[in-house]
Design a protein around this ligand. Structure first.
Ligand SMILES: [Zn+2]
Length: 60
């Protein structure tokens, strides 16, 4: 299932939709304009997109 970013119209990567099923913004737009999903921020103490980047960096 493909979803397009509400801001730039580009497809949102499937791995992002896996992590954030309700997001309507791609990574770039979320970073520049703020994520539309912030419910988890309190749990992990940082922006969820930053957290995902961190996880990816650790794995690679
Ligand atoms: Zn976008």
């Amino acid at each position: 299932m493909e979803r397009l970013c509400e801001l730039c119209g580009k497809p949102i990567p499937p791995e992002r939709l896996d992590a954030l099923p309700k997001t309507r913004r791609c990574v770039d737009c979320a970073r520049e304009n703020g994520s539309d999903i912030d419910t988890k921020r309190a749990d992990i103490g940082m922006d969820l997109d930053t957290y995902r980047d961190l996880l990816r960096a650790v794995r690679s």
